[in-house]
Design a protein around this ligand. Structure first.
Ligand SMILES: O=C(O)CCC(=O)C(=O)O
Length: 425
């Protein structure tokens, strides 16, 4: 019997979602269960399904969270290098997080990336499920929550994971399936003046708009810039390349800010890998009971986050208290990953952060992770721990990034800081 994903109704998805997976489901229900794995279904839940509900001791307590007022915004176009380096030092040692403006990633590239991401998550379930996997070793996959095979409670997030470097190695894996035209999400941020209506034609490379002018309807066409899979890949490639350059600029500033040679970190990290997580948090019926992503630190070297310009959700832990990092126009949020904490011998912090949800609007974020080469030896920089005393030793022992990454994925996201396992005893 052939079962079409599209034939799954919202109420059936909700029913399965509420009760979680039941092994006793009849075989012909299995595809419906598959649809219920993702939460970007377009269906608005009225109550939170049980498998997302956190115990009372582990809830976000949203009313206790305040905005972070003195959160650093660093202008990368500044010509005062020593001030820039000093700002980076202060931000990395105090917050482990900062925002950058004038970062040289073009607005066109950013808008294109956001459009592609929105379009991707508005595709039909049938299209999306072709990419679904809960195997963390897969280099291109659509998944949900964090690590569904390990966790007891799920998180209110779907995400598309892409490996982005070297692009030529991975680009053929990136999604190429036709886009859904059920919802309008790309191209224009608002209806151009005078245009009353959009119409969408599946399998068509054009937006078709109808305009009411001088008491008559006119048809107008505009090419859909991302309908073409090649164009979409081009947009994501360009985004990854420009963000990689930004990452390298920041790594140089970080080296200098620790009093090291400008290229110290890049040399140690070797040929850096680059991954992307395109996160989609649908409106959540009960944000007080769950997370989009629970508290975690990032296992990589540096994270460059593009967050939704209009919807808040990122929070960071400072001195035991959660603060909201509200979006700043045209800025990227940068955070130090575990590897820079180790390489800086703990001078810089890989800080706990989390994403929370809201009832009103979906939230999108695009996290780009720069990762050391698997064989890179992570060893705290000598000038940061060496003293006259013979006994002096770094806080962390040497290890390879491959060893660290394996350890990170063998745990739950919100366990102790993974670096605790690499302390020098
Ligand atoms: O969505 C966010 O703001 C946070 C994303 C994040 O922490 C991650 O992808 O690791």
């Amino acid at each position: 019997m052939h079962l079409d994903w599209i034939s799954v109704t919202d109420s059936m998805v909700m029913e399965i979602g509420r009760h979680g997976f039941r092994p006793t489901l009849k075989p012909y229900f299995q595809p419906i269960y598959m649809a219920a794995k993702l939460i970007s279904t377009g269906f608005r839940h009225t109550t939170l399904p049980e498998n997302y509900v956190r115990p009372p001791s582990d809830r976000p307590c949203l009313s206790d969270v305040s905005p972070l007022k003195d959160f650093p915004i660093i202008d990368l176009a500044s010509t005062d290098r020593s001030r820039l380096v000093q700002q980076i030092h202060q931000a990395c040692s105090r917050f482990g997080f900062f925002q950058v403006i004038n970062h040289r990633v073009s607005k066109e590239t950013i808008d294109g990336m956001v459009s592609v991401a929105n379009e991707f998550f508005s595709m039909s379930m049938e299209e999306k499920m072709k990419l679904y996997s809960d195997d963390p070793t897969k280099t291109t996959r659509l998944s949900t929550s964090f690590n569904v095979k390990k966790e007891a409670v799920n998180n209110w997030r779907d995400y598309l994971r892409l490996h982005c470097y070297p692009i030529s190695k991975y680009v053929h894996e990136w999604p190429s399936s036709p886009l859904s035209f059920n919802t309008y999400s790309s191209g224009f941020n608002k209806l151009p003046e005078g245009i009353e209506r959009f119409e969408y034609f599946p399998n068509c490379m054009w937006f078709v708009v109808r305009r009411y002018l001088n008491s008559d309807w006119f048809m107008a066409y505009r090419e859909n810039p991302i309908r073409n899979p090649e164009k979409r890949r081009e947009i994501v490639s360009r985004y990854s390349t420009e963000v990689r350059e930004l990452g390298f600029t920041i790594e140089e500033l970080i080296s200098e800010s620790l009093g090291l040679e400008k290229d110290h970190m890049r040399k140690v990290l070797g040929e850096q890998g680059q991954h992307m997580a395109v996160n989609y948090y649908p409106p959540c019926p009960e944000p007080e009971l769950t997370y989009g992503l629970p508290a975690h630190t990032d296992p990589n070297a540096l994270t460059i986050l593009l967050q939704d310009a209009t919807v808040c959700g990122l929070q960071i832990l400072i001195d035991g208290q959660w603060f909201a990092v509200n979006p700043c126009p045209d800025a990227f949020v940068i955070n130090i990953g575990d590897q820079f904490q180790a390489l800086s011998n703990g001078v810089y912090k890989s800080v706990w952060h989390r994403a929370v949800t809201n009832t009103e609007k979906p939230r999108l974020s695009v996290a780009s992770f720069l990762c050391p080469a698997d064989c890179a030896i992570i060893s705290p920089a000598k000038p940061l721990w060496e003293t006259e005393e013979d006994e002096a030793k770094p806080i962390y022992r040497d290890y390879t990034y491959a060893e660290y990454y394996k350890k990170f994925w063998s745990r739950n996201l919100d366990q102790e800081h993974c670096l605790e396992n690499f302390l020098n005893h």
